[in-house]
Design a protein around this ligand. Sequence first.
Ligand SMILES: Cc1cc2nc3c(=O)[nH]c(=O)nc-3n(C[C@H](O)[C@H](O)[C@H](O)COP(=O)(O)OP(=O)(O)OC[C@H]3O[C@@H](n4cnc5c(N)ncnc54)[C@H](O)[C@@H]3O)c2cc1C
Length: 461
Amino acid sequence: MKQYDAIVIGSGQAGGPLAKKLALAGKKTALIEKRWVGGTCVNDGCTPTKTMVASAKMAYMAANAASLGVNIKKFSVDMPQIRKRKDEMVHQFRNGSQKGLESTRNLDLIFGDATFTADKTILVKLNSGREKEFTADLFFINTGAKTVTPDIEGLADIDYLTSTTILDLETVPEHLLIIGGNYIGLEFGQMFMRFGSKVTILERSDRIVSREDEDISEELTQILKTEGINIYTKATTTGFKKKISGKISALVSVDGKEEKIKCTHVLVAVGRSPQTATLGLDKTGVEIDEHGAIRTNYKLETSAPGVYALGDVKGGPAFTHISYNDYTIVYRNLMEKADLSIKDRLVPYCMFTDPQLGRIGLSETEAKKRGINYKVAKIPNTWVARAIETGDTRGFMKAIVDADTKQILGAAILGAEGGEIMSILQMAMAGGITYEEIRYFVFAHPLFAESLNNLFMALED
Ligand SMILES: Cc1cc2nc3c(=O)[nH]c(=O)nc-3n(C[C@H](O)[C@H](O)[C@H](O)COP(=O)(O)OP(=O)(O)OC[C@H]3O[C@@H](n4cnc5c(N)ncnc54)[C@H](O)[C@@H]3O)c2cc1C
């Protein structure tokens, strides 16, 4: 059995950089990865999707160029080329990270599937076919999450797509049916609509992105419908049948009424669950919750001393930047004797529909629920000079502020570059800059950011 100072399981957004830093700090470290270096983000999450979203945006701009006085007579979408560009980007990111890890002294990158067999001991089924046991004083679990497959009759008999397999399509689906109207479903829906598919989205709740405020769901629904996407809410898919023609028939209950929808492809986008089932966590005393997520405290320590969990596997907000931040917290606490915690950490995120939805802090619904004395600042993007000039006035800017302290509590920026504008407000929140200060702040004209003056002017004092 080989002994290490530290073993990291999973080379996601926390695992890779953590293993490298521990090794460079002098700890003999092993990083175990069953698939590819970089995890979901690099291989089948952020990198490939945002690369393809860029192609979809280009198609949209070409289709709408005439509105800005530029006539593009004819254009076509080259799916194999889009896939090739995406693959090149993924390989470049993945290979760059792998080389960096392989050339790190004190670090062994081991490709295989790890399972705990006893306290602080793992068995790795190496990708080469052999098995090896390892032990260490410290363990870091960064095994991420995987697609949830719903229990729908007939689903197993159709060749359904997941957020991973859809990335490798060589042709544009004629009619793509998407189960799930959340971030992943909406990003893919708009992307394939722009590539030329007919797209239908089925959402079980009474509105898409149901965790956001109602006005966001409404505006987004309007934007996506205007572009031609069919959206059904209160829609439960009850079965699938494959036709002799090769087409698929979906049986859907929409607000209690049975409907049959014919399509050519089905994308399942109903969520992701932590990858803990095969980790043998009971063998090392690591507790999980009812969703299979590893329970941790605010310092990301699990119930087993010396075993940490980072990223999606611990449940909660599932984003690349959160996993990466988990690594910096764990590393600095352990190696630099810091006293950092994830409690009260700001969790920004951006949905990469076009326009983007940039979100930070409290929503209006949450502020109301907490009984806070809040005010809402909101302006449509038709008031934003930059939006008017660039020809994209879809969406709005919205911020929730504390009526007493004048601090910004949260923001939702639905609009062009919404993620970047949200980040400005995030900095203000972190630095304690009040909305009154931003109201009179000098921003360069005519940036989107300049409209933050107007956003807070809209608040009655
Ligand atoms: C389609 C899609 C788009 C997304 N877009 C965004 C976005 O725009 N922005 C954003 O912030 N987030 C996005 N996300 C979410 C983001 O990808 C994840 O939150 C992030 O990758 C989580 O990182 P992680 O470090 O927790 O785990 P992961 O990156 O998932 O890494 C876990 C690694 O552990 C390995 N592993 C698992 N079990 C074992 C085992 N037993 N032994 C050895 N290795 C194992 C896996 O193979 C994997 O490589 C997206 C996700 C998807 C699916």
